[in-house]
Design a protein around this ligand. Structure first.
Ligand SMILES: Cc1ncc(COP(=O)(O)O)c(C=O)c1O
Length: 314
């Protein structure tokens, strides 16, 4: 099959677009525990998170289908990483970007979005994501220049992880995946990679990592947790299509402790959800035994969390 090579409308966008995806899959050897976890390094994407993949897929698709014009404004509600990814690509592809963000999101995220030339609209966070989603819909209804990527309902979010991230894992590991575990925000990553791995080998188990304080899939009520980027108090629609075998609960405290271990024992400067994912993966690997491979994701970079409890040095 011949693949058509996509040419962005602005040739300069090709540079940053080419840096997205094909991240390394590395073994994390936990000698004391006698366990190795296979971790996909999504924090190495150019804006520093897994969300670069979603931004690329949705914007390239929109540009190819003529949905973006020179006066378009890309508008999305985001807790940060998607907003940063869209701002980065908007800058390179030549589109204005407006990001609706809860006042509670870390200040580093605001700086990055503004530095990339995007507009930031902050809203009070009591209504959580739904407030921002409703605002974006109202704004788009009044002004046809707005283009909404709709990360929470866009099927491209799932399809991209199924056809790229999931295939990369299969190719890079080259051996059976016993289990895959990661957290969910929109659910796109979990549903897409889960589908790819199950289609390749139905014996692969797929688990959702959930903050112990907000384990909705496990039937518990949402509460405050400190694992930014995941489980924001509701079950996202895209998660309904995820082929889940179960969930693994991780407390904010354990997530934070593991994230610091990743910094100080592995030299990997990743964010709190990465520590949570690795904690869940370690638990599964211990249960499954030494010869079974467990895969997880390192979703974003530590630099995004300077102002949070992760960097509150004792
Ligand atoms: C920081 C961060 N961003 C994004 C994601 C993935 O989110 P989504 O479910 O929207 O694909 C995760 C998942 O663990 C995450 O930790």
């Amino acid at each position: 099959m011949t693949e058509t090579v996509y040419q962005p409308h602005r040739p300069r966008a090709a540079a940053v677009l080419s840096l997205i995806g094909n991240t390394p899959l590395v073994p994390l050897v936990f000698q004391d525990e006698g366990v190795t976890i296979h971790a996909k390094c999504e924090f190495l994407n150019p804006s520093g998170s897994i969300k670069d993949r979603l931004a690329k897929t949705v914007l390239v698709d929109a540009e190819q289908r003529g949905l973006l014009t020179p006066d378009s404004i890309i508008l999305e509600c985001s807790s940060g990483n998607t907003g940063i990814a869209l701002s980065m690509l908007g800058a390179a592809m030549g589109y204005r970007v407006s990001i609706l963000m809860s006042e509670g999101a870390s200040v580093e995220r605001r700086h990055l979005i503004r530095q990339l030339g995007a507009e930031l609209i902050l809203f009070q966070s009591e209504g959580r994501y739904q407030t921002g989603i409703d605002m974006s819909r109202e704004m788009a209804a009044k002004d046809s220049r707005y283009f909404l990527p709709r990360q929470f309902e866009n099927e491209l979010n799932v399809a991209d992880h199924e056809h790229t991230t999931g295939q990369e894992i299969l190719r890079q590991l080259g051996q059976p995946v016993a289990a895959f575990v990661t957290g969910y925000g929109t659910g796109g990553t979990l549903a897409g990679i889960g589908k790819a791995l199950k289609a390749h080998d139905p014996a692969t188990k797929v688990y959702a990592m959930e903050p112990a304080e907000a384990a909705l899939l496990a039937g518990e009520c949402p509460c405050c947790h400190m694992i930014e980027g995941v489980a924001d108090g509701f079950l996202p629609p895209l998660l309904q299509g995820a082929p889940l075998d179960g969930e693994v609960k991780v407390s904010s405290r354990d997530a934070m402790a593991m994230t610091k271990r990743l910094h100080r024992e592995f030299g990997l400067l990743v964010g709190t959800s990465s520590g949570a994912n690795v904690t869940a993966a370690l638990q599964l690997a211990r249960e499954l035994g030494p010869d079974r491979r467990v895969v997880t994701l390192l979703c974003d970079r530590a630099e995004r969390y300077f102002s949070t409890a992760l960097f509150a040095h004792e």
